[in-house]
Design a protein around this ligand. Sequence first.
Ligand SMILES: [Zn+2]
Length: 425
Amino acid sequence: MSSYLIRGVRVVGAEPTDLLVRDGLVVEAGRGLAAAGAEVVEADGLVALPGLVDLHTHLREPGREDAETVETGSRAAALGGYTAVCAMANTSPVADTAGVVEQVWRLGREAGLVDVQPIGAVTVGLAGERLAELGAMATSAANVRIFSDDGHCVADPRLMRRALEYVKAFDGVIAQHAEEPRLTQGAQMHEGEVSTRLGLTGWPAVAEEAIIARDVLLAEHVGSRLHICHVSTAGSVEVLRHAKERGVRVTAEVTPHHLLLTDERAATYDPVFKVNPPLRTADDVAALRAALADGIIDIVATDHAPHAVEDKECEWGYARPGMVGLETALSVVLDVLGERWDLIADRMSRTPARIAGLTEHGHDPAPGAPATFTLVDPKARRTVDPMDSASRSRNNPYAGLVLPGRIVATFLRGVPTVLDGKAVR
Ligand SMILES: [Zn+2]
């Protein structure tokens, strides 16, 4: 295995140092290191972060390989600075058996660009009627620890309770897509001033907040772990704050797009801005940013949701919800939070790794740690071009925006997956 000397890098924003990488580990750190035979990476001005971990990625394989595959999504992830992604279960077939999660896990290993950790469905076929084989998925080669019907809410409180009880035995997590379906029938965008003006059916904030309130109480009652996907409203933040003060074992994520974009975008009727949960108001965006900084929201997760052209470039009402996000997430977070490196490392790597139980991830590059990190050029600015992407899909809501930060290199256990800003393979 080759060794690498990373020269002059600022580890999580600290003073410049050199890092020596050998046999998959960071073996030495300090100024003026020399290592015969090591490949030198000049990292003057670059910041090293622990490899990013995405708790919420849609890879679309099996079933919609025209939109994304495990391999193309893995490459997009590596280019975005990620070293691990959790693959959502709403594939076709649904990842609700040991066989399907093992297939996704194996495809991830074959691609070898990031660690692909499958998420198992909570209910058979995501139908919300009976529990899937959670135990069989947990003991499979894929070692599933997170279960989610994402795309759908586990709306039945009795099923939700049983799922929480079931995973408690192996310290699993239920990740809830919080949407009371009877409050969002026919919804097209956030319910508010803009939806009234445009005459589109609204998705009210309370449909999210009501499920989070119910589920934190269920999680408290059962004593189990709950994770809330893509929190999007100021009211949800208040429910989570209350739950955390009570000591409920709940964690929560926010997406880059909910940190940056508002429901005003729907006024363009460009379906690239259609997403579930929908883009909210500027007040919600401000509350989400504050909650991410103060830890009420634990992590950033992309909800990378690639869609084929025919599913997305059509009338607003027919377009599928969702947007891509792996290759732009860090730039959006840098834009929103500024160069608060320790906070970024925490929200995008250490904490998501901990929630997912990915023990090889989330470690700052230091002697003895796995050489699983990413190198960022914080001074670079780029204009987002949806065509310049490793993803198979082009539904990118940031097209034309100028965003800070560029991923220069990504290392997974000592092996570069990205060098000079390009995927190694
Ligand atoms: Zn969702």
